[in-house]
Design a protein. Sequence first.
Length: 229
Amino acid sequence: MARTREFGPVDDPTAIADYLSEALATENTKYVMQAIGAAARAKGMSAFARQSGVSRENLYRALNAKNNLSLATIMKVLSALGVQLAAKPRKQPGVRHARMTHQSLMPLSNLKVLRDGESLVLHMAGRRLDGLSQRGIQLIDLLIRRKGKLVHYDVLSGLVKSPRAGRPRHVVRQHVAEVRKFFATRKIGAEITTANGIGYAICEVVGRLRRPPATQPKAARGGSRSEHT
């Protein structure tokens, strides 16, 4: 199972809030607990126990990923970390609305991954799309089948396991960058979002992006001169 990333000693509540938000976005209790535990250890468990008002022994038990914290304990722990819980409306899964643009985006729902012999190919509205590696197409196929859901690094790394693949996560990031560039150049309405240290998710972008403002021609210096007879 993928684990949340660790980080060094941090006293910046903004950095801690961003870190915990990534874990909360997964809606996976175990990942949230791992993230809270990593943040607590980064501050030092003894000092953190004093700040939270929870004994060190109880804190270790509470931050075990197999346990569920009570709301009261969560509030104490987050307060000691310098952050607080906040609620916001849930977005429609797998869909993001863009601003208006002069050029419409091709719907992600029209993008199909088909098999051609031993290879995978991309088709959009009945037309084949070239210019993407096989691993890039495999990545798209996996993300589309789980659209709107976070796909963890350990699952994605299975696409690149080979003797010459190098570091799996680094190779995954390379192919994600390749796919993002492909979406942009082909004007496909899709966005790959990142949960740092955890994985990626794909969502559909609907609507249009804003048209850039038109440039106005500069007036001639001094304006037009009238002719004298």
